[in-house]
Design a protein around this ligand. Structure first.
Ligand SMILES: NC(=O)c1ccc[n+]([C@@H]2O[C@H](COP(=O)([O-])OP(=O)(O)OC[C@H]3O[C@@H](n4cnc5c(N)ncnc54)[C@H](OP(=O)(O)O)[C@@H]3O)[C@@H](O)[C@H]2O)c1
Length: 316
């Protein structure tokens, strides 16, 4: 395993992190025993960065049980709280404290390493921090968490507008950012803003859906060509990203992970999986040297000349 420093936090994080955002927290798909086996395998591969959230079903509780008895130095826990209510207004300080306390209890830890504001839309940043900033400071003072982070939404912030504002705010130590070959727009402002401000970057959706689904990828490319998007004009019709997969030396999923890990701002790349063989493949891909610059440049030439919002539909 390779380890990198998560920005100014100084935390040394594995270049592949374990995500628990999809099926991990659903006990019908992932029993406690299976969750424990997967977490043990991840730790054995040297993975030490684990991402979860208060709203990922039973994921926090599954993790808490799986990590019980594991030395606290062996893992870094990043969780999240959802910052707005049903009316999209910031939650109250009391609701924030209750969410953090529940996460601590379910995770069975004394301190959360990275507490992230979940899915923060650009317009929410100001109101949420005005309402919750003092309570966040108090919770940190009381040792409930160590570092404050933001996570962006992969749904309606396709140009990554929230992260540069968070970097300018100065209170955030890390950012969880969507970044993959089909969605490289974070390179334009979000990743440079983090590098300049010392915010550590955790990449997500590196194995976006279109990278796992060849038929979907071909359809997205075909539709983009029909719409006249210039970036895709020269891509082969069949297996349009075969050149990327071949350059990365593995599957398309591996290409996504290796691509994300290639950026100098990225400390760790998350991937969720219930499959230990996928986990092994992902570790290998993330630990490989950065992709050659000409391959990364071709990715930029293609996908920065397309419609960001359209391509993000291939992420989820
Ligand atoms: N706004 C936010 O804060 C936010 C949003 C999204 C995600 N996240 C976090 O980021 C993590 C990563 O998210 P994500 O969107 O990248 O993915 P994800 O939700 O974790 O799901 C990854 C998917 O990729 C598949 N996969 C993984 N490795 C593979 C491989 N080698 N080959 C083929 N398929 C593979 C998995 O299926 P198998 O089980 O079959 O391997 C799974 O379906 C999440 O788990 C979550 O912790 C946060």
């Amino acid at each position: 395993m390779l380890y990198r420093t998560l920005g100014a936090t100084g935390l040394r994080v594995s270049v592949l992190g374990l995500g628990t955002g999809t099926r991990f927290g659903d006990p019908r798909q992932n029993s406690a025993a299976d969750a424990a086996r997967l977490v043990r395998a991840a730790l054995d591969f040297g993975i030490n960065y684990i991402d979860t959230a208060a709203i990922y079903g039973e994921a926090e509780a599954q993790l808490g049980a799986a990590l019980a008895g594991v030395s606290r130095e062996r893992f870094i826990i990043a969780t999240k709280f959802w910052p707005v209510d049903a009316g999209l207004q910031p939650i109250t300080p009391a609701e924030l404290r209750a969410s953090v306390n529940r996460s601590l209890q379910r995770l069975r830890v004394e301190t959360i390493d990275v507490l992230q504001i979940h899915g923060l839309r650009p317009a929410w940043l100001g109101p949420v921090m005005d309402r919750l900033g003092p309570e966040l400071a108090a919770l940190r003072e009381q040792g409930r968490y160590r570092f404050l982070g933001v996570s962006e939404t992969i749904v309606d912030d396709s140009l990554h507008e929230m992260v540069p504002h968070a970097a300018a705010d100065g209170r955030f130590a890390s950012a969880l950012i969507g970044y993959n070959p089909l969605s490289p727009w974070a390179e334009l402002s979000a990743l440079p803003a983090c590098e300049q401000s010392g915010m550590g970057v955790i990449a997500m959706v590196a194995v976006g859906r279109a990278l796992r689904d060849p038929a979907m990828l071909e359809r997205l490319v075909r539709e983009a060509r029909e719409r006249g998007e210039p970036g895709v004009a020269d891509l082969p019709r069949k297996d349009p990203l075969g050149w990327l997969r071949d350059a990365a030396g593995g599957s398309m999923a591996a290409a996504g992970l290796r691509f994300a890990a290639s950026h100098s701002a990225v400390a760790t790349v998350l991937a969720g999986t219930l499959d230990v063989e996928h986990l092994r493949e992902n570790v290998t891909a993330a630990c490989r040297p950065p992709l050659p610059e000409e391959v990364r440049a071709r990715v930029r030439r293609v996908f920065l000349n397309t419609d960001a919002a359209y391509w993000r539909s291939g992420d989820v």
